[in-house]
Structure formats: C-alpha cells, structure tokens
Design a protein around this ligand. Sequence first.
Ligand code: ADP
Ligand code: TRP
Length: 337
Amino acid sequence: MSETFAAKRLNVLSGIQPSGNLHLGNYFGAVQQYLEFIEQGHDCYYFLANYHALTSLRDPARLVELTRSTAMDYVALGLDPSRCSIYLQSDLPEVCELQWILTTVTPMGLLERCHAYKDKIAQGIPADHGLFAYPVLQAADILIVRADFVPVGQDQKQHIEVTRDIAQYFNSSYGEVLRLPEPYIPEHVAVVPGRDGRKMSKSYNNTIELFAPEEEVRRQIYSIVTDSATVAEPKDPDTSIIYSILTLFCTGEESEAWADRFRSGGMGYREVKQAIFEKFMQRFGAARKKRQELEKEPRYIAEALRQGVEKARAIGAPLIKQVRGAAGIVDAASLVS
Ligand code: ADP
Ligand code: TRP
C-alpha cells in the first residue's frame, strides 16, 4: 500500500453482506486491504451489511447465523476490535435515517444505471424497491462516518462513484456537509477469479471458502477449471485461471518462477492444486484455528460489536444532527423559541 496514506489519519470504511460464507475474493479483494489500513493506524470502520443482505436473502434463521459467523470471521482474520470498529449495520439506525434524506436528492436516473438493478431488469426478473435503493443505503453507510477511503473490489467501484454523486447533490442543495470518499482498489486483486473463471462470488457457487472444513477446501481447490493439456505440454500462465489463483499467494518473484514452469512444460495441474492447497493452509491456518476458539466465546463477539457501534455512533450521531439541521428537519422541542 502506498506510503502516502500513512502521512494523514484517515477515516476508512467498508462492509460485507452476511449473505454467504467468506471466500478468497472477499479476502484478497477487500479484507487484506482492511488490515493494511489498520496497520497504518487509520480510524477504520468495518461493518456487516445485514440490511443489504435482505435484498438477496429471505431466510431469517440463516441471516442470523451468517451474521454471527461473519462477525467471527472478521475477528479471526485479524480485524481486532481493539484496533478498529466492527459493528452491525442494523445497530446504527442513523444510517437508515440518513438514507431517507439522501433518497430525496438522488435522481432516479442515477439508480437506473446501477448494475445490480439494471442486470435484473435486463433478465426480465422483477426487482424490488430495496434492490433499486441499494446504492443509496450504501452511500449512507459510507457518508455517516465521513469516510475518506473505501477499500473494495472492482465490482463496487460504481457504488462509490454513486456515493460521491449523491453527496455532491446533497452538498449543492444544503451546503458542504458531506465528505466525498475515494474507492481504494489495488489493481492486482481488483477481480479475483472463481473456480470457473468468472468473478469469484457467493452467488455463482464458484468460491473457495476461507473457513470451510479442510476436506471441502481441498475439494474446492481441486475443482478449479483447467484445460486438457498433458503434464508434458507447455501451458500459458497468462490465460490460466489456476495461475491467477496461485499467484494471489505468491510474491512477484515466485509468480515469475511459476510462470516459467508453466511455459516450459513438465508440470501438471495436480501439482499446482496441491501448491495452492498448501499455501492456503499456511496463509489461513492461524485464522482458522482462532475461528474455532471464537466459536466458544459468543459473548466476546457480542461485546466487540457493541463497542464497535459506539465508536461509529460517536461520529455518526453528530453527522446526522448536522444533516438534519442543514435540511431543515427539526424536533418538536426546538419549535419552542
Ligand atoms: P459476493 O460477490 O461474494 O457476494 P460481496 O458482494 O459480499 O461478495 O463482497 C464483499 C467485498 O468483497 C466487496 O468489497 C467486494 O468488492 C469484494 N469482493 C467480492 N468478490 C470479489 C472478487 N472475486 N474479487 C475481488 N473482490 C471481491
Ligand atoms: N455492496 C457491498 C457488496 O456487496 C457491501 C456494502 C454495503 C458496502 N455497504 C457498503 C461496501 C459500504 C463498502 C462500503 O460488497
């Protein structure tokens, strides 16, 4: 990560929907960058977007379970509650209040251009208002803590641009109240490919899950799609899904060495899969162990989330007050003057 970020203390925010199990795309595309911002000493807010998850999940028991388990995943991966604020979106109701106010300055056309909604409509699937308004809720998540940077994968770039647009619409109507955020998307991990070569995603059933049982992780890694080249044949690393996944775990030099081995032939895909499996376990072994220990301590997680939301509220509550004031929303008591 660029050293220029170290010079100033920034507000950093990001979130993940608890709508499925965390996978390599979430880790390399997002969580790894979350950790770097913590290391640099910034004020970091990492939340679970459980209201957003309702746009794709209508199974209350599963949503509760995924909320609980994703919170544990966060901590196990190193999002230390004493060094960053982790919380549930629904524990910060100021977000929903801000969302409503933002909807009133958001042109329909801006939301009609957003991918998730547009894609559903193009497929002829009826969309609900929640999916249409999804980017406005995301804008509220970001603006409520005055975020400077939002570390995300490439698929979220449009949402950060929309957030900036909405903040600008608000500011031009009511004064410079909202801070415009920047996305943070390192190019080499912007889109992590899934086992089938499409973007790795919970919704495509092509993930390699961070906390699945060891045998399941092995099965997922061994099912990465490869071509039918024999061991002896040379292989092109530049068009290879398995090479892209392998190099997530490699330094630049290691990646070059593997690329040479691909090109020269005499190396089979089985060997590459085994190498990925070993590197996966090296990288995530400690987190997987910690995750098992956390499982025995639900109180610890609940307390971490409670403290986390307090830190977020310390910045969110004055912000919403300022927004209400700017827009002319008053409480009854203030009418007596
Ligand atoms: P999913 O697509 O699996 O539902 P989310 O939408 O919950 O994942 O994404 C959470 C975060 O992880 C976002 O910042 C998103 O950009 C990032 N992310 C998800 N999948 C990938 C991927 N394949 N490559 C890079 N980043 C990803
Ligand atoms: N839309 C994001 C995703 O699907 C999740 C999200 C919700 C988010 N609110 C956010 C990400 C705010 C960054 C900032 O991945």
